[in-house]
Design a protein around this ligand. Structure first.
Ligand code: DAH
Length: 378
């Protein structure tokens, strides 16, 4: 800036109104240039002090040296120009102040900003266990023909697990179902000790619990885990899974029974499989049967390209599960009238079914939770 605010206008030979206008234009241009260099709050404060500082700011100096010292004939134009300049300067300063504050806010929020577009931490997603998937398949099939799903306790009383299913104490069939009994703490506070408890050996106790709660018609399936004192090998495990089925009504026949089972087996294994049943024995069904399915590996022929089918050992049939018409004695335990109602029940071993359908040859694979196994059934 050539012009000085330290000196009077006259000292700088500014004698006309045009020269006054030019002088103020020069000061204003200087202010604008200075302001462009202001980019933070500290510089802004310095700028403000330099220009607007009460004691020695440029504006004060212009007032003292230019305005107050102006000769009478120039006073008016100096006054006018001075007012214009002050208004313009204040506007410029205000504009810059807003800009700087916004910038400071932006910088602060940029510091703590959460970037929502950043990919998150990807957790490995698991999938449902194959046994769960097979439960679901079976539930869907029975659901489609009017059954509902109920679940029951894994810790049972001998009454539900055995007696009410027509298996009295010392009945030899209990040997097959030897299980784990709970050691219960001694009674405390005068309360009677709960009776003996055991890990259920089958899902059949839920037949009793369901019929106790509801009058016929009954159509339920019961998926669940069961326990037996079996030594682990490729086909045995101390814990395994079953789906129990029970249908009781006033007019259920053996035909309804076999038709339902056949429908289920075809839905599960495919329409080309055949079913057959053989007489069997269960204390809670009469008659009792064992259902077989034509071997899903050799198509029921008993042979494969490499000779005798290893899965059905040449029989062409694979044993599937036990079932039967509900023994009238069972109705006696739940207050149903055996003369009025009839029904059927079945108990499907799920691990075995899954092994057959998915070609798994060791039941232990279901319990080891080896990710390499689980990943094959996403
Ligand atoms: N509860 C039997 C078992 O675990 C299976 C079974 C057989 C269930 C016949 C039934 C049935 O409901 O009718 O060996």
């Amino acid at each position: 800036m050539n012009i000085s605010v330290e000196k009077t206008l006259a000292e700088q030979s500014i004698l006309t109104a045009e020269q006054v206008v030019a002088a103020f234009a020069e000061v204003r241009a200087q202010a604008e240039t200075d302001l462009r260099g202001v980019s933070n709050e500290k510089q802004f404060e310095e700028f403000r002090n330099h220009w607007l500082g009460r004691k020695s700011g440029v504006v004060t100096k212009i007032t003292d040296n230019w305005l107050k010292q102006a000769p009478t004939d120039l006073k008016k134009s100096v006054g006018q120009e001075f007012n214009k300049f002050k208004t313009a300067l204040e506007a410029l300063i205000e504009e810059r102040r807003v800009g700087i504050e916004a910038g400071a806010e932006e910088a602060a929020s940029a510091k703590d900003r959460v970037d929502l577009s950043l990919p998150g931490v990807m957790r490995a997603l698991g999938s449902r266990h194959l046994i769960r998937q097979v439960f679901q398949e079976i539930e869907d099939i029975f659901f489609s023909i009017g059954f509902s799903v109920v679940e029951g306790p894994e810790i049972e009383t001998p009454y539900y697990n055995f007696e009410a299913l027509n298996i009295p104490e010392f009945h030899p069939v209990r040997d097959d179902m030897d299980t784990f009994y709970m050691e219960l703490p001694p009674s405390s506070g005068g309360k009677a000790a709960p009776g003996q408890l055991l890990l259920r050996t089958h899902t059949s106790p839920m037949q009793i619990r369901t019929m106790e709660k509801q009058k016929p018609p009954v159509r339920v399936i019961v998926p669940g885990r069961v326990y037996r004192r079996d030594n682990p090998d490729a086909t045995h495990s101390f814990a395994f899974h079953q789906v129990e089925g029970l249908a009781v009504d006033t007019d259920i026949t053996f035909c309804d029974f076999t038709g339902t089972i056949e429908y289920f087996v075809k839905q599960f294994f495919g329409p080309s499989v055949k079913t057959r049943f053989r007489p069997s024995y269960f204390p809670f069904t009469e008659p009792s049967v064992e259902f077989d399915v034509s071997c899903v590996f050799c198509g029921g022929s008993g042979t494969t390209s490499s000779g005798t089918c290893g899965k059905c050992k040449g029989a062409g049939w694979i044993e599937l599960f036990g079932a039967g018409m509900v023994d009238p004695a069972v109705y006696g335990f739940v207050g149903y009238d055996p003369k009025k109602v009839s029904g059927f029940a079945f108990g499907i071993g799920i691990d075995r079914l899954a092994m057959l359908k998915y070609g798994i040859d060791d039941i232990q694979a279901f319990f080891q939770n080896d990710v390499r196994f689980l990943k094959q059934f996403p």
